[in-house]
Design a protein around this ligand. Structure first.
Ligand SMILES: [Zn+2]
Length: 65
């Protein structure tokens, strides 16, 4: 198992692999993205972008399994 020394999660927002973060349902979000989402108003265009990304990933996960 080379290259798998640390348990990293794939952030669904920024596509980075991180250790720290949270799971929203089955979607992993890293600490920095979580903070950005929290600091983004739901009225903001950017907020919808985050929501869309999370939805998209969930659909992809469902079709894969
Ligand atoms: Zn992230």
């Amino acid at each position: 198992m080379e290259g798998q020394s640390i348990n990293l999660n794939h952030c669904q927002i920024c596509e980075e692999f991180r250790q720290d973060g949270i799971y929203v349902l089955t979607t992993f979000i890293c600490k920095s993205c979580e903070r950005e989402i929290v600091n983004t108003s739901p009225d903001d265009e950017q907020y919808q972008y985050y929501v869309d990304r999370m939805k998209l990933r969930r659909l992809q996960n469902q079709t894969m399994s």
